[in-house]
Design a protein around this ligand. Structure first.
Ligand code: HEM
Length: 556
């Protein structure tokens, strides 16, 4: 029988607020606060400062420190034994204070630790005084699919210094709905189909760079695929968004925007996980002034790009801005301003390039770890297309094994839990725990694209035979794009890019881990909202057919 997790947070029955991975549920806090205050007042009963001279300043300091310590202890005791969540399982120290949870976040281990807690304590774990993590597929809809309210914690409304407009990530309510509608046009299946030639031209640029290196190095090229995947995804989203790429593939170097965005991504994310209000201020205080200067430069650059694009039109291909203009034409009373457009493009740059880079790197990593799966994927792609020029996203979408690899590689986003502005219970789904749970998936730590293929061994193709090592896969647990109003709006683009890029690489090259290099175990990498991907040196050589001939490739 499945464990019951609804009571007492009553996810379905009381008003709650939603964040990307979190709903805060507000039970009756009058009672809780009364109890809480009774306990919190205990420190005022002086016990030990009779021993110190209360007239000296040292005495006053000790008294204050003593009072604070007693307050913390009494609060911890209350949290562990008397708090309404006290009966939920979890380590006592995590129930007493949020510090252990925060500590694992700061060292990039939070997702792994929460998974270990689920393994030890079961599908519901108390991970902080007022927070539960839930490892049950039903929780996706219960928590994230509520239509009645979406009150995000105020941290998500944060805007960078000097910026007034919201974007799709920071916006709430009517603003969020307006941005989603506009981005829905820009990332619809039809719109994305029209982007394919542009996307393809950047993959061709990538392969041209690799081919140059192969020619120079007499037969093989070694490149760090984490870095070069990032160059490629960043150039593509720049070109698609405002018809001007960042030139990373041309220069072989990252654009300043990549460093600054990742720095501020860290700040914004850290602020989003602000459980103690002072952390946010401290983070902003320690952010170097130069970072703010760089940020200003980036926004000026974005502003210039937008103005140029508005003046000159798209550069010979459809782009996101064209769709946003179309949205404004269709919705004269709910237009998106130029400033909002700028900010929304920035949110796509961050959300788009980082997730895709992680997905590409993850897929390549596991193909390098499992040569037999790499071989199977190469065979499938090389048999399906007669030349590299004939590779296209529509046909690549039909390749069962390629698409199974993509599904199995989708990065589990970590759980950005939030504490809303008022006292509440926070409930979250931890994607990593869910995707790696032995309760939901057979061999959850094994890279097994086969779990996404129809079963080879039973009449019912949706089920694996009971004796198969992959006989249990509860796909209701697998939601790598999120659920509900905040679900990724750009799935068609992400899938198109992944299918095309992988198909082209598999068709055009043979590859392996570069000599003298090694792969870092994927799950040894730390996670700070995004996976901190280690260098991955891959050696590419021109693909040979099973006959030993070089395969026909496209002109770059
Ligand atoms: C493999 C690639 C990708 C994955 C796995 C992915 C996954 C996700 C997830 C899990 C969310 C959060 C859902 C939530 O908050 O509950 C999200 C949001 C978002 N993604 Fe993606 N994404 C990918 C690629 C992209 C690309 C290519 C773009 C844009 C070009 C993009 C744009 C966005 C935006 C703008 C949001 C915020 C939506 C909102 O708050 O309403 N993503 N994505």
């Amino acid at each position: 029988m499945r464990p019951e997790y609804r009571d007492p947070t009553k996810v379905n029955t009381i008003n709650e607020s939603q964040s990307p991975r979190t709903h805060s549920v507000r039970p009756n806090y009058t009672t809780i606060y009364t109890e809480y205050r009774t306990v919190a007042n205990i420190p005022r009963v002086s016990v030990y400062w009779d021993f110190v001279d209360q007239t000296s300043s040292m005495g006053l300091v000790l008294k204050a420190v003593g009072a604070y310590v007693l307050y913390i202890i009494s609060r911890a005791v209350y949290n562990v034994f008397f708090h309404p969540l006290a009966r939920f399982p979890g380590p006592k120290i995590w129930s007493a204070s949020r510090l252990p949870y925060l500590f694992t976040l700061v060292i990039g281990q939070n997702s792994f630790r929460i998974k270990a807690l689920h393994d030890e304590y079961g599908p519901i774990v108390r991970v902080a005084p007022n927070e539960l993590h839930i490892n049950d597929p039903r929780a996706w809809n219960d928590i994230y699919l509520r239509k009645d309210s979406e009150i995000r914690p105020p941290q998500w409304g944060m805007r960078p210094p000097g910026i007034e407009s919201y974007n799709v990530i920071s916006g709430v309510g009517a603003d969020h709905a307006r941005f989603r509608k506009a981005l829905g046009l820009a990332f619809s299946e039809d719109a994305v189909k029209e982007y394919e030639p542009t996307v393809r031209s950047y993959f061709n640029k990538f392969t041209a760079r690799i081919d140059d290196l192969i020619a120079k190095n007499k037969g093989s090229a070694v490149v760090d695929m984490v870095k070069w995947s990032n160059f490629t995804t960043f150039d593509i989203i720049g070109e698609l968004a405002w018809s001007k790429s960042y030139g990373c593939l041309d220069t072989g170097a990252g654009h300043a925007i990549m460093g600054v965005l990742s720095h501020f991504q860290g700040v914004i994310i850290a602020a989003a996980i602000t459980y103690y209000p002072w952390i946010n201020n401290a983070l902003m205080a320690i952010t170097p002034r130069s970072a703010f200067e760089d940020l200003k430069m980036i926004f000026n650059d974005g502003h210039e790009r937008l103005q140029n694009r508005l003046k000159n039109g798209p550069s010979g291909h459809p782009d996101v801005l064209g769709h946003l203009a179309e949205y404004n034409k269709q919705n004269p009373t709910a237009k998106i301003t130029d400033d909002e457009i700028e900010q929304n493009v920035f949110s796509c740059l961050v959300a788009g390039s980082e997730c895709l880079t992680t997905a590409f790197s993850g897929a390549l990593h596991y193909l390098l770890v499992y040569p037999s799966k790499l071989h199977r994927a190469q065979q499938e792609v090389r048999a399906a297309f007669s030349s590299e020029a004939s590779i296209n996203a529509t046909d690549a979408a039909k390749l069962e094994y390629l698409n199974a690899i993509i599904e199995e590689s989708l990065p589990p986003p970590p759980p950005p839990s939030q504490e809303p502005s008022s006292p509440s219970t926070v409930v979250s789904v931890s994607c990593y725990s869910m995707f790696r749970s032995a309760s939901h998936f057979s061999a959850p730590d094994v890279f097994a694209p086969e779990r996404f293929l129809p079963s080879p061994s039973t009449d019912d193709s949706s089920k694996w035979s009971p004796d198969s090592p992959l006989n249990h896969n509860d796909m209701a647990a697998f939601k790598p794009w999120g659920v509900g109003p905040r679900e990724c709006p750009a799935q068609p683009l992400a899938r198109l890019e992944m299918r095309l890029f992988l198909a082209i690489l598999l068709y055009r090259y043979d590859f392996r881990v570069a000599e003298g290099s090694y792969l870092t175990r994927w799950t040894s990498q730390r996670v700070f909202e995004t996976w901190q991907k280690e260098k991955m040196d891959v050696e590419f050589t021109p693909a040979s057919s099973s006959m030993g001939e070089t395969l026909p490739v496209a002109a770059p």
